[in-house]
Design a binder for this molecule. Structure first.
Ligand SMILES: Cc1cc2nc3c(=O)[nH]c(=O)nc-3n(C[C@H](O)[C@H](O)[C@H](O)COP(=O)(O)OP(=O)(O)OC[C@H]3O[C@@H](n4cnc5c(N)ncnc54)[C@H](O)[C@@H]3O)c2cc1C
Length: 134
């Protein structure tokens, strides 16, 4: 969520600065939709992380809840980083702006914290009672 938040903040700052047709990109509805959708997922993911952290402190956290948090937050963070990359346009492709760096890094996070498929299988087994691992 930290990578997602930095991507969002970089995109927001850029959109306030860059003028097109005499007004900032931030003043266009499509840009605002992107920014608002990013913020919604950042807030939800952060609340989820706090909630799971509290369960862990209370020693009540179950393995499938960890899969739920990792699957959701890393998946959403990658989406946010990619969406944030679009706001600086061509500049977003360069290493001068953080969102695409975060997106690339999050792809390795998405592997080393357990791939999506395995978290999906953990959750699928939990809700159906049927393991589909093999
Ligand atoms: C940057 C980085 C750092 C890492 N650091 C560590 C570390 O510190 N310690 C450590 O132990 N490991 C580490 N790893 C390894 C990481 O844990 C594994 O790469 C990861 O668990 C996936 O295993 P694998 O690469 O063998 O892929 P595989 O298990 O071969 O999986 C390949 C693909 O098949 C899918 N797949 C696998 N099994 C199933 C199945 N039963 N059903 C459906 N789909 C399936 C996977 O989801 C994945 O998409 C790191 C990896 C990276 C990229």
């Amino acid at each position: 969520m930290g990578a997602a938040r930095d991507s969002y903040e970089a995109a927001l700052a850029y959109s306030q600065d860059r003028l097109q047709f005499g007004k900032p990109l931030a003043g266009y509805q499509l840009t605002q939709e992107k920014l608002v959708n990013m913020l919604l997922e950042i807030q939800k993911g952060t609340i989820l992380a706090y909630y799971l952290g509290r369960l862990k402190d209370e020693r009540k956290l179950r393995p499938e809840q960890i899969s739920l948090g990792k699957l959701n937050n890393v998946r959403e963070a990658i989406k946010i980083a990619r969406e944030a990359r679009s706001i600086p346009g061509g500049n977003g492709i360069t290493l001068d702006y953080s969102p695409l760096r975060h997106a690339a890094n999050l792809e390795s996070v998405r592997t080393y914290e357990g791939p999506d498929e395995v978290h999906l299988l953990v959750l699928g087994q939990h809700i159906t009672g049927l393991g589909a691992f093999r």
